[in-house]
Design a protein around this ligand. Structure first.
Ligand SMILES: Nc1nc2c(ncn2[C@@H]2O[C@H](COP(=O)(O)OP(=O)(O)O)[C@@H](O)[C@H]2O)c(=O)[nH]1
Ligand SMILES: [Mg+2]
Length: 326
């Protein structure tokens, strides 16, 4: 056992020992992992915790399958994963149905969605996975929701604009906080030990209804400087194209296209990169070892002129075409 583990680690370990079901155990193990300093001395322990989590995940999955609670784990598909979260009845399921091929149950009574339901949203030439979730405050679904949210690339908080909306956001942020998730904002501060920082998008739904305008205004004055926001009507199909664009922007990603010397770029198959990525990052995203072999690249788009030779550190931009030279 490495000697320099912080006291919080042992608290989490105690939680692990006292945990009654696989979900609680996974929760405690993830906390231990997050708290543990990462260096050579902790490599073994790190691997051991990961193995335990994998084994418990299988156990949990089996348990849920038996209980016919499908959808405990959502396989990641597409470029990025966006989780829709919020109170009951705000239109999360309607929204998923409106922008993806999925057909979740939509109903005027609360607590219809009991599991995670994924759908693929096409935006231009990429596919983004959206996941519909049980409403916050749903006791049985808490751990399920917390684990899902921690894996998200973007958390989209959905609220109902036809009723007072600020408290809906507050309640959802509180739920996130209990799952140890902190909003990642522009005035970035250090993440609290053992917490997860996530990008947040606010979606105000039902903007076809009365009083949605005044609720939207209040929401905007409260959160407009903190989070990207968009107002839509999932049912009436208002603002859905802007929503796709807003999600793409909020994800903080961009697309480049690669080509080999002497051939044309495949413009239907973008490489998805995080903001501020370089030629080296693009190479690495294609193959882990490729970046070491890379000598330079030729770029169409962000260079001073098309076909310019650039270094490995060159910052790429949306739509660039990159030709790697090794
Ligand atoms: N007027 C209006 N009603 C909506 C809209 N979106 C959803 N609804 C209604 O709100 C209710 C709850 O929708 P649902 O998607 O099941 O909410 P969820 O609990 O958040 O998944 C249903 O009766 C929907 O028809 C919208 O944009 N406008
Ligand atoms: Mg629902």
């Amino acid at each position: 056992m490495p000697a320099n583990l912080p006291p919080q680690y042992f608290e989490a370990e105690k939680k692990y020992r006292l945990a009654k079901d696989p979900e609680e155990k996974i929760e405690a193990l993830q906390l231990m992992l997050a708290i543990m300093p990462k260096h050579k001395g902790t490599d073994k322990l790190h691997a051991e915790l990961r193995r335990k989590i994998a084994r418990l995940s299988q156990e949990a999955e089996k348990k849920y399958a038996t209980a016919r609670r499908a959808g405990f784990y959502i396989r990641r598909e597409g470029a990025e994963q966006v989780i829709l979260v919020g109170p009951t009845n705000v239109g999360k399921s309607q929204l998923l149905a409106a922008v993806t091929e999925a057909s979740p149950e939509i109903a005027a009574y609360p607590f219809t969605t009991q599991t995670l339901i994924p759908g693929m949203m096409g935006f231009e030439n990429i596919q983004i996975q959206l996941v519909d979730t049980p409403p916050i405050g749903h006791r049985d679904a808490r751990t399920l929701l917390a684990n899902t949210l921690r894996g998200a690339d973007l958390i989209a908080i959905v609220v109902d604009l036809s009723i007072e909306s600020v408290s809906q956001v507050e309640n959802t942020l509180q739920e996130l906080k209990e799952a140890r998730i902190e909003p990642m904002t522009d005035n970035a501060k250090e993440a609290t030990l053992g917490s997860y920082q996530k990008k947040i998008l606010l979606i105000g739904n039902k903007n076809d209804l009365e009083s949605s305008t005044s609720n939207w205004k209040r929401l905007d004055s409260q959160y407009g400087t903190l989070f990207p926001m968009i107002s839509v009507s999932a049912r009436e199909g208002i603002g859905l194209e802007e929503l796709k664009e807003t999600i793409y922007q909020a994800l903080g990603i961009f697309r480049v296209y690669t080509k080999t010397p002497g051939s044309k770029a495949e413009l239907t198959e973008p490489v998805i990169l995080k903001m501020d990525s370089t030629v080296k990052d693009a190479a690495e995203s294609i193959h882990k070892d490729f970046k070491d072999k890379l000598k330079y690249a030729v770029v169409w788009g962000s260079g001073k002129y098309d076909g310019q030779r650039v270094s490995r550190e060159h910052m790429l931009q949306d739509g660039d075409i990159v030709e790697f030279h090794v």
